[in-house]
Design a protein around this ligand. Structure first.
Ligand code: ZN
Length: 305
């Protein structure tokens, strides 16, 4: 008669074992268990770069989950406990992570180091508002500098595997260099220079390749335009003969569609890489596939040779 209780007993034991494992990982001595560095990254591109550099020597977790964008994301208690359990936390900085200040205060006594990889790279301010534009990862050249800072932290934390991190970072930087070349070449002969984007994420990319960005919403997708601002964009689109209005995958395309109808344009995706959806991840998409799709869509919109 005790037989039927045996699976239940095992289940309870297993749950306790898992809880204890999770507890240990969240506090001390994760190294003995896994030998992998525990890395937290605030959002997708930093997660991707850390994963590429850490390879199988790292377990990387992204604070902003799939399908969400980082500007307004509030970490859950679970996210925060995972951050505390990490060896280091990689953030963009420059206002992209509204929760960073709180975490910084609470982490000062803890063991998790914070690496702000966008610091010193974000030099543009957004329009007249004097708000720093945080979107540096969309310039492959600046992304490469971010990757360098992530690599340095891996080496500092785990110097015995310096060769692995150097080799992985070299592959990543090679790909970023090739992407930069491809953008420069393919955007060099276009009849249009202006892009109308959903939110103002493409400032660094625009500067890098000689484009001009006009954004429908502000520096964050949540800052909606006034009627007056919308009217200005419509005027701009008509004056510069804009044929395509860009929209993003993580925010509603409604505003872009309304604008496109108003000026007789079509819509196309320009992905700010602030996060991938679960479907995109399952379909094998990553920073490079999306940056290449962005380039193809830019070539269409800008009528490049
Ligand atoms: Zn953004």
């Amino acid at each position: 008669m005790y037989k039927k209780y045996i699976p239940l007993a095992f289940l309870i034991l297993a749950v306790f074992a898992l809880m204890r494992w999770g507890f240990l990982r969240g506090n001390e001595a994760p190294r003995e268990n896994t030998e992998k560095l525990q890395v937290a990254a605030s959002f997708y591109p930093l997660y991707f770069f850390a994963q590429e550099i850490g390879g199988d020597r790292a377990e990387v977790f992204t604070v902003t989950p799939a399908g969400a964008e980082p500007h307004e994301y509030e970490p859950t208690a679970w996210d925060i406990s995972r951050i505390y359990g990490s060896d280091f936390l990689v953030v963009n900085g420059n206002g992209l992570e509204p929760w960073l200040q709180n975490i910084q205060k609470n982490l000062s006594a803890g063991k998790t180091k914070i690496i702000i990889v966008g610091e010193g790279l974000a030099v543009r301010s957004f329009s007249e508002e004097e708000v720093i534009d945080p979107h540096v990862w969309l310039s492959p050249r600046l992304a490469s500098e971010m990757a360098e800072k992530i690599k340095e932290e891996f080496i500092a934390q785990n110097p015995e595997h310096v060769a692995v991190y150097e080799a992985n970072a070299e592959i990543l930087n090679g790909k970023l260099g090739a992407l930069d070349e491809e953008y420069s070449t393919k955007l060099s002969e276009c009849s249009q220079k202006s892009i109308v984007t959903a939110h103002a994420a493409f400032g660094y990319l625009a500067v890098e390749y000689g484009l001009a960005q006009v954004a429908v919403t502000g520096i964050s997708p949540d800052i909606e335009p006034s009627q007056q601002e919308l009217a200005k964009i419509v005027d701009f689109a008509r004056q510069y003969d804009i044929r395509y209005i860009f929209f993003e995958t993580l925010v509603s395309p409604k505003l872009a569609e309304v604008l496109a109808r108003e000026v007789g344009a079509k819509t196309l995706v320009l992905n700010p890489l602030e996060g991938l959806t679960l479907e995109e991840i399952r379909a094998g998409k990553d920073y490079f596939t999306e940056m290449k799709t962005n380039l193809n869509n830019l070539k269409i919109a800008l009528e490049c040779k």
